[in-house]
Design a protein around this ligand. Structure first.
Ligand code: GTP
Ligand code: SPV
Ligand code: MN
Length: 590
């Protein structure tokens, strides 16, 4: 039975049913009873495997095809009516042409299958930040993941109401999972997403990157707010005051880890605590007090498994110990649990690898888990989840941090001189590519604000939107910083210990926001005095830290010409403020 009377939903559903011709339609109400049935069905068909219910209660394992393990940026499109509106960094096709082309692929694709109708809310139900989406899919895996990642079920329709047309229409079919016919397509002007021939997370959980970043960034520009690829965390001082920070790092560059960090002993014993609000996406609005406020639109974590362990990220690990879906990890057959590289030093001997093949960790030279294998874990499982996680108003932001993987150029931390300079700092972000997207790994590319694969419109307009938001925020704007945890020595080892010790850098960041710490002016912005980063209890001396903060003018001059070349892409859409910032940087380097 239909879960809504909203004629806009029903009309669109009728059209999509006529196109894809499923045998059966199931409305997802979000009830535990219904989910139980779907889990049982997925286990019965082999789509998912039930893990050890004593050690991992409620946990399931799933493998996608080896050709379908990451986002595919080359097959991701922004189909605005005018090509110019998608900009130089997105793939584009005329929406009419694309609807027709994909229409052929969707034609009858759900024959013999069930269509699940998933209503969901991005953001807490009832929050002024929140937005509703409906995803139609032929995958139970998608339903079960959406249950963890969003507020899914009948309540989302209640939020939408009986007449509103303001919902994102998502259509997904795994079809034959044919990589040559794979498309992840956004029609921002129609509030529509069409995804076909994939069954991997970022391509098919349409509430996440597709809606909450690509469509939402477009909505944000038009409606005066921001959708960003950012974690949100709170740092509580011994007096019980909490200050909030957002940080944008590209995929697989440390957002989940920073969001859940465990304070080093020196801070813990003084009474500092860290709280997680979000690990991947932030929606931000200017509040009635004129400050920037953020919510996490998601309800769970779709986190990178490899490297997650008791030491690096115990909070993430704890989050995955119940009601979690594991995708493309290694299956330990001895006790029916999961394993991945970096979990511990005891790879199972009797196991199935991410490709579904028998695997013996004591001899194999292949990886047991895919480098982009993931866990889908409910946010409420996280031991350090913030008490503001469900707050409809979100949290006020004191600082915004940009960062990426740079072996050399970027120092451990620096602060932008002001908002405009901060927008410049975000716009010139560069990072080595990771396994989160298909393609080469370790190649440095420009990834402005970590949004290169996620901005749903012209990136030049996006920079302008950042500048406009700054004007509106005025003196209440968060301070902007850049960090790099990934500088390496001559042997390629990371110099900075990272993980929990990143808090030492965050403390300088917060001190700067409160006017409590000094800074040194450099050609690229303000840096800490080395003695202002607390190294107590660390195996790092002041000279190493000075090296981490070093600004190599030669490398930066090379970078400046790289930026100049990158900026040329945007033509007349490049805001003049950013052009001026580049000139200032070049002058400072001479
Ligand atoms: P997405 O979910 O793809 O957006 O990734 P993310 O930005 O949340 O990255 P995540 O925290 O999952 O980290 C990705 C990889 O970076 C993992 O293998 C981590 O172990 C590693 N990593 C995270 N933080 C640090 C750090 O401070 N130092 C070092 N050296 N590695 C880190
Ligand atoms: C990312 O790649 O940035 C992710 C994972 O967070 S995905 O959902 O696949 O986009
Ligand atoms: Mn991400």
């Amino acid at each position: 039975m239909a879960l809504t009377k909203n004629p806009n939903v029903l009309k669109w559903l009728d059209e999509m049913v006529a196109l894809t011709t499923p045998d059966k339609i199931v409305w997802i109400d979000g009830s535990e009873e219904q989910l139980k049935g779907l889990r049982a069905e997925a286990i019965a068909t082999g789509e998912m495997e039930e893990l050890n219910q004593e050690k991992l209660p409620g946990c399931l394992l799933h493998r996608t095809l080896p050709s379908d393990v990451a986002r595919v940026e080359s097959r991701t499109f922004i189909c605005s009516r005018n090509k110019e509106d998608a900009g130089p960094t997105n793939n584009w096709e005329d929406p009419k042409v694309m609807y027709e082309k994909l229409g052929k692929l969707y034609n009858g694709v759900m024959k013999g299958r069930t269509m699940y109708v998933i209503p969901y809310s991005m953001g807490p139900i009832g929050s002024p930040f929140s937005k509703v989406g409906v995803e139609l899919t032929d995958s139970i895996y998608v339903v079960l993941n959406m249950d963890i990642m969003t507020r899914m079920g009948a309540q989302a329709f209640e939020n939408l109401g009986d007449t509103s047309n303001d919902f994102v229409r998502g259509l997904h079919s795994k079809a034959n999972v044919d990589e040559n016919e794979r498309y992840i397509v956004h029609f921002p002007e129609d509030n529509t997403i069409w995804s076909i021939n994939s069954a991997y997370g970022g391509n098919v959980l349409l509430g996440k990157k597709c809606f909450a970043l690509r469509i939402a960034s477009y909505q944000g520009k038009n409606e005066g707010w921001m959708a960003e690829h950012m974690l949100i965390l709170g740092i509580e001082n011994p007096k019980g005051e909490v200050k909030y920070i957002t940080a944008a790092f590209p995929s697989a560059c440390g957002k989940t880890n920073l969001a859940m960090l465990i304070p080093p002993e020196i801070y813990k014993k003084k009474g500092y605590k860290v709280w997680t609000v979000g690990d991947d996406i932030a929606w931000m609005r200017i509040g009635p007090d004129g400050r920037l406020w953020a919510i996490n639109p998601e309800n769970g974590f779709f986190g990178v498994a490899p490297g997650t362990n008791e030491k690096s990220n115990p909070n993430a690990l704890a989050s995955t110990r119940k009601n979690t879906i594991f995708t493309n990890v290694c299956h330990n057959l001895d006790d029916n649990t999961v394993w991945w590289e970096g979990l511990d030093k005891n790879p199972p001997k009797h196991a199935i690898d991410w490709k579904g093949q028998p695997w013996d960790g004591s001899v194999s030279t292949e990886k047991g888990a895919h480098p982009n294998s993931r866990f889908t874990a409910p946010a409420i499982n996280c031991p350090c989840i913030s008490d503001k996680f469900n707050d409809p108003q979100g949290v006020p932001i004191s600082a915004i941090i940009f960062g990426g993987r740079r072996a050399k150029t970027a120092p451990l931390v620096y602060q932008a001189r002001d908002w405009e300079h901060g927008v410049f700092v975000g716009s010139i972000m560069a990072s080595e590519t990771t396994a989160a997207a298909s393609g080469a790994v370790g190649v440095v590319r420009r990834d402005p604000m970590a949004m290169l694969p996620f901005c749903g419109y012209h990136m030049g307009d996006y920079f302008q939107h950042w500048l406009d938001m700054g004007k509106e925020l005025g003196g209440k704007a968060p301070k902007i910083f850049n960090v790099n945890w990934f500088r390496t020595d001559d042997e390629g080892h990371f110099i900075w210990p990272g993980f929990g010790d990143n808090m030492r850098v965050l403390m300088w960041v917060l001190d700067r926001c409160e006017g409590k710490a000094e800074a040194v002016e450099t050609p690229i912005g303000y840096e800490p005095k080395p003695e202002d980063i607390n190294l107590e209890g660390l195996d790092i001396d002041l000279d190493t830290l000075k090296g981490l903060l070093d600004v190599d003018k030669g490398l930066w001059k090379e970078d400046a010409s790289g930026i100049e070349e990158f900026y040329q892409k945007f033509g007349s859409k490049l805001p003049k403020e950013l052009k001026a910032e580049l000139e200032t940087l070049k002058k400072n380097l001479d």
